[in-house]
Design a protein around this ligand. Structure first.
Ligand code: S3P
Length: 438
């Protein structure tokens, strides 16, 4: 599907963007190995979350809609206990979901049956040794295919071994895989991350009764999981709106003159909200109201007004806290006065697309003055953009960031392959149309 976007005169309204992908996938996986029936209220329904649910169904987990007596839409997951999953009869197909594949790798490593994890062509190109290698240190029999999917996991005939592992790159997916494998280990699993990454897995594991110690050591975080001696308790979670989906509209409202937008029930986990720090440092007018805790996660309403931005530098520990927001941050950078520099973000090269070379090339088609560096990009602004034909690169966040850039561009922009937004935000273009005045 191609999508045509015209420049916006104004932007206003109230939106509740779809629920958090990372939390939905994690909640489903953990509910599957808990004891009893878990409730996941307001889960995200998208390609990525469907991939995770399909894998769990193939492992014998019963997942049904919550009964209509409940006040929110949701899922009930009948937990099989730590050792009750069933051997799948075919490969577990993760489609394009890196989160599903890497977390499932950790979960499958401890099972008493063989499994194969596979994905679509795009997922097969993404790096997997970062997860198979430390799992092998735990005694898991897991093989990748030249560092990629498919991954073949042999039945664990003994408990996995404990591990003390310093992550070479800050990755919440790798950390989560090791913590899930740690549920099947004979001693503690210690994961040292170079900078804090999203901690949803830790929060959910605590909620089901797993003992976790988390300590800061300078910029690093050390997480220690003690393998449980009791069954995991069932979960009852309410999934907040996804900050990474809200991010597109936050930046749109900063950049469209006289915009005023309220985004409600957004997950405000500090490991996810680095974009707010960056935008505020650029001079953005963003208020967070009504902050409360729901289902173990901070939630709030974000109010954004249009304002002039100035260039900044983003590097170090801020990078993992906004790792999925760089495409939309790059759009903000093209409109900020002065130079914006991003460093230490080489991970952007191995996301759904190469979000440095690929995305920057698409933005340049709209007239942006932006160049890549080995570990980031440099943008100069403010630059007037003009409509063009651009490609979504089969990357949901590229499609959505280009759509926001197109609101600022003179004339008309056509985004080729825009339906890839289904990965995390199937209703993106409908929601956009609702708040934009053309
Ligand atoms: C995610 C972690 C990040 C992020 C991805 C989702 C997660 O990936 O980019 O979109 O749910 O744990 P990495 O762990 O590769 O940094």
């Amino acid at each position: 599907m191609n999508q045509v976007i015209r420049s916006a005169k104004a932007l206003r309204g109230v939106l509740r963007v779809p629920s958090d992908r990372s939390i939905t996938v994690r909640a489903a996986l953990i509910a599957a190995i808990a004891e009893g029936t878990s409730r996941i209220r307001a889960p995200l329904d998208s390609d990525d979350t469907q991939a995770a649910l399909n894998c769990l169904s193939a492992l014998g987990v019963n997942i049904e809609p919550l009964s209509s007596a409940c006040d929110t839409l949701g899922l009930q997951v009948r937990g099989q206990g730590l050792r009750g999953l069933r051997a799948p009869s075919t490969a577990l197909f993760c489609n394009a979901s890196g989160t599903t594949m890497r977390l499932m790798a950790g979960l499958m490593a401890g099972q008493a049956f063989d499994s194969v994890l596979d994905g679509n062509e795009q997922l097969r190109r993404r790096p997997m040794r970062r997860v198979t290698e430390p799992l092998r240190h735990m005694g898991a029999q897991i093989e990748d295919t030249d560092g990629h999917a498919p991954l073949r996991v042999r039945a664990a005939l003994h408990p996995l071994r404990g591990l003390d592992y310093a992550l070479p790159i800050a990755s919440a997916q790798v950390k989560s895989a090791l913590l899930l494998a740690g549920l099947y280990a004979d001693s503690a699993v210690i994961v040292r991350e170079p900078a804090p990454t999203r901690d949803h897995t830790e929060r959910l594991l605590r909620a089901v009764g797993v003992a976790l110690d988390v300590n800061a050591e300078g910029e690093a975080t050390v997480i220690k999981l003690t393998p449980p001696s009791e069954p995991l308790r069932a979960l009852d979670v309410l999934v907040p709106a996804d900050f990474s989906s809200a991010a597109f509209f936050i930046v749109a409202a900063c950049l469209v003159p006289s915009a005023e937008l309220r985004l409600v029930e957004v997950g405000m986990n500090p490991t996810r909200t680095g974009l707010l720090n960056a935008l505020r440092a650029m001079g953005a007018q963003i208020q967070v109201e009504n902050v409360r805790e729901e289902g173990g996660e901070p939630v709030g309403d974000i109010v954004v007004k249009g304002s002039a931005l100035r260039g900044i530098e983003v590097s170090g520990a801020l990078v993992p806290r906004m790792i999925d927001e760089f495409p939309i941050f790059a759009v903000a950078a093209t409109q900020a006065h002065g130079v914006t520099v991003v460093r230490n973000a080489e991970e952007l090269r191995v996301k759904e697309s190469n979000r440095l070379e690929g995305f920057v090339a698409e933005l340049r088609k709209l007239g942006a003055r932006i160049e890549t560096t080995p570990d980031g990009f440099i943008a100069e602004g403010p630059t007037p953009l003009s409509g063009a034909v651009v490609s979504a690169l089969d990357d949901h966040r590229v499609a959505m960031a280009l759509a926001i850039a197109a609101l600022l561009a003179h004339g008309e922009t056509t985004i080729l392959g825009a339906d890839c937004v289904r990965k995390t935000y199937p209703t993106f273009f409908r929601d956009l149309a609702q708040i934009v005045e053309a």
